[in-house]
Design a protein around this ligand. Sequence first.
Ligand code: PMT
Length: 224
Amino acid sequence: FIENDLKKNAPLFGKKVLITAGPTYEAIDPVRFIGNHSSGKMGYALAEEAAKQGAEVILVSGPTALSLSNSSIKLIQVTSAQEMFNKVHEFYAETDIVIAAAAVSDYKAKKIADQKIKKAEENLTIELEKNPDILKSLGEQKTHQFLVGFALETENELIYAREKLEKKNLDFIVLNSLNDKGAGFKKDTNKVKIVSENEVKNLPLKSKQEVAVDIIQEIVERVL
Ligand code: PMT
């Protein structure tokens, strides 16, 4: 009973939170893919923290080597951007808060070769086509949902982050730059700016768990 009372008093009790994490893999043939360096650490830390604050959490994750410590989190594993798009949309209508921490491939192979591509010519060209922008589509279909995106940049960081904030119809965006030591892919730490329409909050270098606490706190303050 005490545990149940504690849960009910948690700030995100009764809220459904959908989080994306990790990379996507876009197959080019049966053995190879286009991917990126995301480990999933940032997204998994957010899922654990949202659950700790009482939310019902669905984590849609690309391929990672991570496991979850909170067994109440519903983990849905996907591989490609299109699969992530489909799963996210399956749950979107009933979701209150979305946090998109996944590093989604912007492009995929136009044709996936049926057999392993053989080494032959000196140069090989693979034609790519655009993947759907998952977060942008959520922004377009937004009814009551609170939307948080991430921006991973290497130049003109604030300008690009603000563009994504507006284009994807987000409530705020978390900017991390590969120019900051200890920030971005794979590491256990991150250095982020929380960017909203009227404000930029500059956070110091912290563990991804601590960054997750700050992001969830920011959401709680804005949603409740
Ligand atoms: O996983 P880690 O190793 O811990 O690293 C964490 C991280 C660096 C991956 C994470 O902090 C991060 O920045 N994630 C977003 C990376 C990214 O792809 O950013 P972007 O600027 O390309 O995309 C902007 C936003 O749109 C993101 O919220 C992304 O999830 C979303 N997006 C992008 C492309 C696409 N086709 N669909 C999307 O939904």
